[in-house]
Design a protein. Structure first.
Length: 246
């Protein structure tokens, strides 16, 4: 009896964890550069005092779906999208280096180049700072940033930096709590000169909203089944107690 109740209880709890993963994916269906989290369930043996006679369910997110999202043309000079494999290096809140595919860029009043989430864009020697004021800015396919200072003639072009682009291999990356990816080893990935960018475009989210909605319905039904199993265990326990009183 307690085995049935334990399995149903742990299953219902893990269904809620899976529900959170799917809901987060769905919430980011329109977030540029977002990579959907994957979720899987497996049975785990419970170890403790006595013999390991209990098995419980566990939901885990082993990785993310690294499939490229759709490229959306914007025509904006500061929008970039990575072609094929590769990542844009940014500075995370803790000052370390992290990686993203979100390429909607802007710069603040100090000239610091940031992405849509406010993370500074990394160059060859740290965060990129643009010399202000700027009349025009261009980002080449290899990540080189060129500007025309305000008031300068059309032929005056200055190279001010290069965006750090990396390709450490998706199998070596893990997503942090801030949504940015980092190397599992904790090191910084070296710049890859073979990565190319598309200017005037951004990569959309790779979340399939229909698939996530279907998964949410399926998980909800699984949760209801687990609750029914717990109710059945309670009814069986009451029936057993009644028999013992006869």
């Amino acid at each position: 009896m307690d085995k049935l109740l334990y399995v149903a209880m742990s299953g219902a709890k893990q269904n809620m964890n899976s529900l959170a993963v799917r809901a987060n994916n769905l919430a980011n269906a329109n977030t540029d550069g977002f990579k959907a989290d994957m979720a899987q369930a497996r049975s785990m043996q419970a170890f403790g005092e006595g013999l390991p006679t209990r098995v419980f369910a566990m939901t885990e997110s082993p990785s993310a779906d690294f499939t490229a999202g759709p490229i959306k043309t914007t025509g904006r000079d500061l929008d970039i999208a990575v072609k094929g494999d590769g990542w844009i290096a940014v500075q995370s809140a803790d000052g370390g280096e992290a990686y993203t595919r979100s390429g909607s860029l802007s710069f603040d009043t100090t000239g610091l180049l940031r992405n849509a989430r406010g993370n500074p864009i990394m160059g060859d020697s740290g965060p990129i700072v643009l010399p202000l004021p700027i009349e025009k800015i261009e980002i080449a396919q290899d990540g080189i940033i060129s500007i025309r200072p305000l008031g300068a003639t059309a032929e005056v072009i200055e190279v001010v930096g290069r965006i750090k682009l990396v390709n450490p291999g998706n199998q070596n990356l893990m997503r942090g709590e801030d949504g940015l990816f980092r190397l599992i080893s904790g090191d910084n990935a070296p710049a890859d000169p073979f990565i190319t960018l598309e200017s005037g475009a951004v990569e959309g989210s790779n979340v399939n909203a229909v698939s996530e909605m279907v998964a949410l319905i399926d998980i909800q039904r699984q949760f209801e089944m687990q609750v029914k199993m717990m109710k059945t265990a309670e009814e069986m326990d009451k029936a057993s107690s009644s028999l013992m009183r006869i």
